[in-house]
Ligand binder design. Structure first.
Ligand SMILES: NC(=O)C1=CN([C@@H]2O[C@H](COP(=O)(O)OP(=O)(O)OC[C@H]3O[C@@H](n4cnc5c(N)ncnc54)[C@H](O)[C@@H]3O)[C@@H](O)[C@H]2O)C=CC1
Ligand SMILES: O=C(O)C(=O)COP(=O)(O)O
Length: 387
């Protein structure tokens, strides 16, 4: 039986996929598995027996990834599972920024009971008029799961799309419409585009990427959309740019004291992934990844450990070892098992950056002594008996 704890509400469709071997606990410290969305785990102490964290969503800036890796805790996310939900809100954001749709709706609301509202509306409507997005240049920073959906949809809406992503995967490139201009120099996006939308993860290297220098390069009356993370934008500089009419509108999904109530800023309360479909997709994928790890030791879509797949264990037993990505680890593992007379049926070892992971199928039962020996090898972070 595995104990799991949810730090955020997780869709019932996902929870229903857990099966009888999983028991919910309200006590985070008892959990072997955490299922989360945006809960901030940077300031909490992680449970002693925590084996993995499954983030039902894309962004993992709320999780101390390095600390988790150091403790042999594998962190998963669900790439692409909520991308369509975000794409649709980005499209809505572009339209809301182009005409004063919100202002117009509010005006009509304020006319409740006015028998002359129809005639008045015809007079007032010019206040809320705007422009079309058809034919405008859209710059997309980050062409991952969301960026590529936004790019393709925008081309269908008649926009001239400029995309920038220095780490673009081959798969992502295949998915992109051929009419999208592949931009090598980010400044070109800043200089050329009427709408700029950012779809990169928040990391130390992307923090504040839209700063006062970037804002200065932009066209007058640019519209900026941020459905990624608020800290990607220097929002104090952005407010100045709005007040001086350099920026026409800022559309953001992240409420904070700098943007709340500021004229020219449209803020939604982190609604990008809050659709039934995205919530279900993310939860189902998170549960699937987590179960494959807990039950088989396999790793798919981890953000701090390498992928590793040995299928289901058909041997007598399986050991999972999380360790540093350094020389001679495998040799030491096989020596310990060999000295104990345990034959290895199968073995996989994968490394990613500073961390590595080894799965070993064995043909006889393992004892706590052998586990202790494996744990005491320099560089081993965690040993888990999967079967
Ligand atoms: N508002 C919301 O509810 C949601 C927000 N998000 C945010 O959106 C971000 C992106 O999500 P996905 O597209 O699903 O992630 P993804 O991982 O599929 O795509 C991110 C892309 O950014 C690119 N990238 C990284 N650094 C870059 C840089 N310096 N310049 C240009 N491109 C760069 C990567 O190569 C990758 O293609 C997430 O990290 C998260 O912060 C994601 C889902 C929902
Ligand atoms: O997936 C992401 O990165 C998101 O920002 C969505 O967050 P949420 O699951 O709605 O708290």
């Amino acid at each position: 039986m595995f104990k799991y704890n949810c730090q955020n509400p997780i869709s019932k469709v996902g929870i229903s996929k857990l099966g009888p071997d999983y028991e919910a606990t309200d006590q985070m410290e008892d959990a072997e598995v955490l299922l989360i969305r945006s809960a901030n785990l940077h300031d909490v102490s992680l449970p002693e027996n925590l084996a993995c964290i499954a983030r039902a969503g894309a962004g993992v800036n709320n999780i101390p990834l390095e600390l988790c890796a150091e403790h042999g805790i594998v962190v998963f996310n669900t790439p692409g599972a909520n991308a369509n939900g975000v794409k649709e809100l980005v499209l809505a954001g572009m339209l809301l920024a182009s005409r004063d749709i919100m202002g117009g709706i509010e005006w009509v609301k304020s006319q409740k009971g006015n028998p002359d509202v129809n005639a008045q509306a015809e007079k007032q409507k010019k206040k809320f008029a705007g422009c079309e997005i058809n034919g405008k240049k859209l710059g997309i920073i980050g062409l991952g799961a969301i960026g590529q959906l936004v790019a393709n949809a925008a081309t269908h809406l008649g926009m001239d799309v400029y995309g920038y992503d220095p780490y673009l995967s081959v798969d992502a490139a295949w998915n992109l419409s051929r009419s999208i201009h592949h931009i090598q120099d980010l400044d070109e996006i800043y200089r050329e585009c009427d709408y700029i939308t950012v779809h990169v993860p928040l990391t130390d290297s992307t923090r504040n990427m839209i700063d006062s220098r970037a804002l200065e390069l932009m066209k007058d009356e640019v519209v900026i959309l941020n459905f990624s993370r608020d800290l990607l934008v220097d929002e104090k500089a952005l407010v100045q740019a709005l007040r001086s009419h350099k920026v026409k509108k800022y559309v953001t999904d992240f409420a904070n004291p700098t943007v709340a109530g500021e004229p020219g800023i449209l803020v939604t309360p982190h609604l990008g992934a809050s659709t039934e479909e995205s919530e279900d997709n993310c939860a189902v994928m998170a549960v699937k990844e987590m179960r494959d790890y807990m039950e088989n030791g396999n790793i798919k879509n981890s953000v701090n450990y390498p992928s590793c797949d040995m299928g289901r264990c058909l041997a007598q037993g399986r050991i999972a070892i999380n360790h540093r990505n350094i020389a001679n680890m495998l040799g030491q593992f096989t020596s310990v098992l060999g000295e104990a007379g345990i034959n290895i049926a199968d073995l996989t070892n994968k490394g990613k950056d500073g961390y590595a992971y080894t799965l070993i199928d064995i043909e006889s039962p393992i004892t706590s002594d052998i586990i202790k020996k494996l744990e005491s090898i320099e560089g081993v972070l965690r040993v888990r008996i999967v079967k």
